[in-house]
Structure formats: C-alpha cells, structure tokens
Design a protein around this ligand. Structure first.
Ligand SMILES: [Zn+2]
Length: 393
C-alpha cells in the first residue's frame, strides 16, 4: 500500500514538473547591431562577433538583427559564428525610408501634396518616407533583398520604418500619404481625402481631439472624420507591410517588425491587428530614454506641440507604470512579442543608465512574453550596460 501511494505521488510530481516545463519557457533576448547605412559598415565582423560572444555569455541570445550595410562578407562570417551558437541572424531592413541610395522609390506626400520636412538623426537615418501604396516601392525592396541579401545566410528579416512619418514633421507627417494612389485606396476604405482636408481646415487642432484614452484600446477620436481617416490609414499602410512580409516569408524567412508603442501606433498607420498576423514576432519600441523618433515621450510631446488646441490628451509621465500599460496593450496579438528596450548610450539622444535598463528589462521579462530586444545598437552600449544584464533581478 505505501509503495503504491509513493508511486502515485511520484507520478503526480512528474506530471506537474513536465507541465511547468512546457508552459514556462525561459525568456530570451534578441540583439540589434546597427552597422550604419548601406555602404561600408561601422564595425568589422570580428568586432561584432566579439560583442555578441560577450553578451551571449551573460544572457541567452536567440537572434541577432543586423543591417543594413551591403557588405556580404561580414554577414557570411557573422552567420557562421551565430549558427554555430544556434543563434538566428536577421537582416535589419528599412522598408518605407532610408532607401533613396539603393532604390528609385516614389516619395510620400501629405494630404496637400507636399513632402513633409524630414528628420536627420545621423548619416543613413534621414527618416524621409516613401509612399506606402506604390507597388513599385514594394517590388524594389523585395528585388533589393533578392539581389543583395538572399545569399548572405540570413534566417529572417526585421522590417523597420514600416509606417508613415510621425509628428516629427508636425501634422503634415501624420496626415499622410495623400498621393493619388493613396487617395484611391482611402476611397476604397470609404474615406474621401478632400473631405478630410476640409474638416481639418474648418476644425483646426480640434480635428485631433480625443474623448478619452484607454490603455488597451488607445485614444478615441472625437471627430468621426478623423477617426475614419486613421482607421483607413492603418489598413492601408499595414496591409502594404503585410504583403511585403508575406513575400519574404514565402522565401522561407522569419519576419520581425519594428513598431511604435501601442498608444502612438495609429498615428503612423500601424494597425497591430493586421501586422501581428503577418509577423513571427513584433518589437514595439518601448523607449523611455530615446529623444529621437519612436521615443515614447519624445513623440507624445511632438503631438501636443503640433496640435496645442486639441483636447482630451492626458499628461503622461513615461515611468515604469506607463511601460507596464504598453506591455498590457500588446497582450492580445497573435505572434511572439519581444518589446524593445534601448541599452545604447548617446548623450542627450539616448541618455540611458544601468538603473534604467535594469528597471525596464525587469518589467518586460516579468510580463511573461517571449523575451526582449536589446535596442538599438549593442555596439554603442557601454560596458556597464552590458554587465548589468547578468545581475538583473
Ligand atoms: Zn501614397
């Protein structure tokens, strides 16, 4: 009798531990390496390998996102190293911006046919956007992949700049793209861009007023014309991205996507519902210490500055609780989720600290998604920002 009971208890314990093992997969990390623009890379293969070697001795690295230099040799060398460590290599590929040196793409315009002012962060990051609807732009990008990157050993592609311009270019950045091709697509969505322009002309800033903000569903536009415009814009931009993603996936590549934080995504045409169904993983940029495009506080302040007369926008403190609200907003979407936390340092642009990194990664890892992306350039992360990864809680 006691023996039977012992066997029963033993079997129960075995079952419990097996279930636990299946449901609690150890979270892992994805690391971003920025090589600069299309031309000569800012680092050698040996430098990148050395850095990844150090980082992967501290934390489990699952994928490396690297780009977008055209230096095939670097990728081949790095790929050999990463694959020997069971780490995937993904090409960091800008979709609707930064392509002017390599593709002859048509540019995005605002609803008045003007090209929005662009934002220059560094060489190779001009943030000048292409039209999201022009099929030639999508074809050029896929052709660029096939010609320059298909034999470099990549396991996947990480799609960046999959949006329109933001409030970085004021209202012109978000009331965009208004080219004839896009106007036709808006019409198919039941939105007449002339009516949108007329509404903006008569209402001014209050066109952007919201009736409230819900952390999960986001801002609710007061004006029905504005609401319809942004819904349609999300469909147009995101379905173009989806088609590009599908084309790359049909080549056997996994696809990751760089997204604005959920609360700002609708302004730049990122519909999480559409995008997450065409991605293997999404990386919302939950940057609290980035004072450049995609920084959460940075973009929100630009919104408030662009339309000071709009009402209903709460004052956000971009603190740990706000980070938590954005993690919660990501929950419903059906793909792997790796929120991006910046760990590189640049005075005034990205003034991160080990404390900030520990707090942010601690919150992300505790949330129970697949892991986190160490953004936006591991090569620019100070030693202290890397060594602190090990003793995070
Ligand atoms: Zn267009």
């Amino acid at each position: 009798m006691p023996m039977k009971r012992f066997v029963f208890i033993f079997m129960c314990l075995l079952t419990i531990s097996a279930c636990k093992g299946a449901s609690e997969k150890e979270p892992s990390y994805i690391v971003q390496v920025s090589l600069g623009s299309w031309n000569s890379p800012d680092y050698t293969a040996e430098q990148v390998i050395g850095r990844i070697d150090t980082v992967s001795s501290l934390i489990p690295v699952r994928k490396v996102i690297i780009g977008w230099s055209l230096d095939k040799e670097l990728y081949l060398k790095l790929g050999d190293f990463l694959h020997s460590r069971n780490i995937d290599m993904l090409l960091w590929l800008p979709v609707f911006a930064e392509t002017e040196d390599v593709c002859d793409n048509s540019i995005a315009t605002d609803l008045w046919g003007e090209v929005p002012a662009n934002y220059d962060l560094t060489a190779g990051e001009g943030f000048r956007f292409n039209c999201p609807s022009d099929p030639l732009n999508a074809e050029n990008l896929i052709a660029l992949y096939d010609k320059c990157f298909s034999d470099c050993g990549f396991d996947g592609v990480f799609l960046d700049r999959i949006r329109t311009q933001s409030f970085v270019s004021g209202v012109s950045g978000v009331l965009n793209c208004g080219c004839p091709l896009c106007a036709g697509r808006f019409e198919e969505e039941g939105v007449d861009l002339d009516a949108v322009k007329a509404e903006w002309a008569s209402k001014g800033d209050s066109f952007f007023s919201v009736t409230g903000y819900d952390p999960v569903t986001g801002f609710e536009f007061e004006n029905p014309v504005a609401a319809a415009f942004f819904t349609a814009k999300g469909h147009i931009v995101s379905s173009s991205v989806a088609a590009i993603a599908d084309s790359l996936r049909s080549r056997g590549l996994q696809v990751g996507m760089d997204l604005y934080a959920p609360f700002m995504a609708p302004f730049v045409g990122q519909d999480y519902d559409i995008l997450s169904r065409h991605a293997d993983f999404i990386k919302p940029m939950l940057y609290r210490q980035t004072f450049a495009p995609a920084g959460m506080g940075f973009e929100y302040e630009l919104l408030l500055k662009a339309v000071p007369g709009a009402s209903g926008y709460p004052e956000f403190t971009v603190d740990a609780a706000f980070l938590e609200s954005q993690l919660k907003a990501m929950e419903p979407y059906p793909c792997e989720k790796y929120p991006g936390i910046e760990i590189n340092y640049r005075e005034s642009v990205v003034p991160t600290s080990p404390e900030y990194i520990k707090e942010s990664l601690g919150a992300v890892m505790k949330h129970g998604f697949e892991g986190a992306v160490l953004s936006w350039n591991i090569m620019e992360a100070p030693e202290a920002h890397i060594s602190c990864l090990k003793d995070r809680d």
